[in-house]
Design a protein around this ligand. Structure first.
Ligand code: NAP
Length: 259
């Protein structure tokens, strides 16, 4: 399917690896020029090079922490005039509800709620002026069904979801859509490290931990970054202009819901 976005320009935050990289690759495959970001410059440059080689698009890289004010200023300057924004950042650490204090919440809210809001506030006006734009926020299945140990993530991402629900309806008249993609378990570094946590907690091997976690998913496997990226690219396509303010689960059926 021709996504109809060849020649457009996208900012994909936190995109040297994992789900962000999947989104960058899928947009590049549709002919979209990119601004890519991550903290580690080596992995970022390697991923950008491989995308340039595979897809012949222009890729600008900004190595910085996207959750810091300085990093945000750098990325926003490079991304002026983009047509597409994909927000992403690392997730907060797991823990117990009674252990988190104000500073832990402020950090989680900064990373997973206020950072995407900062990017939307900076880049939505340019999209609205042009009468076309697409925003996809990478959130989590924990927005639909809580993951108890990830209370910081549950709280911050639900706050972002509330903001998007109203804002998406305010910018839609200008041809701009905002939607959220909610990953379940995908085979990325983060999933591998969570497998490692389960393995050491239960005294089993990492392979056994993964087999046990896969068994909880009706699709009986983890998702791939390529599948995730393809869904993101579709939401950013010309075909998705009537999809507004939605929260789309990509979880192999793991979240047991009727609607
Ligand atoms: P990942 O494989 O660990 O990749 C994270 C990417 O983001 C890397 O490129 C990393 O590069 C970059 N990054 C992290 N923090 C950053 C920061 N502060 N500033 C700039 N770049 C940053 O993670 P993932 O699995 O793709 O997860 C992406 C998001 O989806 C996370 O918020 C995660 O909690 C959420 N999620 C993932 C899953 C899953 O199963 N994979 C499920 C639900 C939710 P650097 O480290 O070099 O900065």
């Amino acid at each position: 399917m021709d996504l109809g976005i060849k020649g457009k320009r996208a900012l994909v935050c936190a995109s040297s690896k994992g789900l962000g990289l999947g989104c960058a690759e899928a947009l590049a495959a549709a002919g979209v020029d990119l601004v890519m970001n991550a903290r580690g410059a080596d992995a970022l440059e390697a991923s950008a090079d491989s995308i340039r080689t595979a897809h012949g698009v222009q890729v600008q890289t900004i190595a910085c922490d996207v959750t810091s004010a300085e990093g945000q200023a750098q990325v926003i300057e490079a991304a002026q005039g983009v047509d597409i924004l994909v927000t992403n950042a690392g997730g907060p650490p797991p823990g117990l509800w009674s252990d988190w204090d104000r500073d832990d919440f402020i950090k989680a809210l900064d990373s997973n709620m206020l950072t995407p809001i900062t990017f939307m506030k900076a880049l939505l006006p340019g999209m609205m002026d042009k009468g076309w734009g697409r925003v996809v926020n990478i959130t989590s299945q924990s927005v639909r069904a809580p993951i108890p140990a990830l209370g910081l993530s549950n709280a911050a991402r639900t706050g972002l979801t509330g903001y998007v629900a109203g804002t998406a309806r305010q910018v839609a008249p200008k041809g701009v859509t905002i939607n959220n993609l909610l990953p379940g378990i995908h085979a990325t570094d983060r999933a591998n490290s969570l497998d490692g946590g389960v393995a050491s907690q239960k005294g089993i091997s990492i392979d056994e931990a993964r087999t046990q976690r896969e068994a909880t998913i009706p699709a009986r496997r983890y998702g791939t970054r390529q599948e995730f990226g393809a869904a993101c690219a579709f939401l950013c396509s010309q075909h998705a202009g009537f999809i507004v303010g939605q929260n789309i689960l990509l979880d192999g059926g793991a979240t047991n819901l009727t609607i």
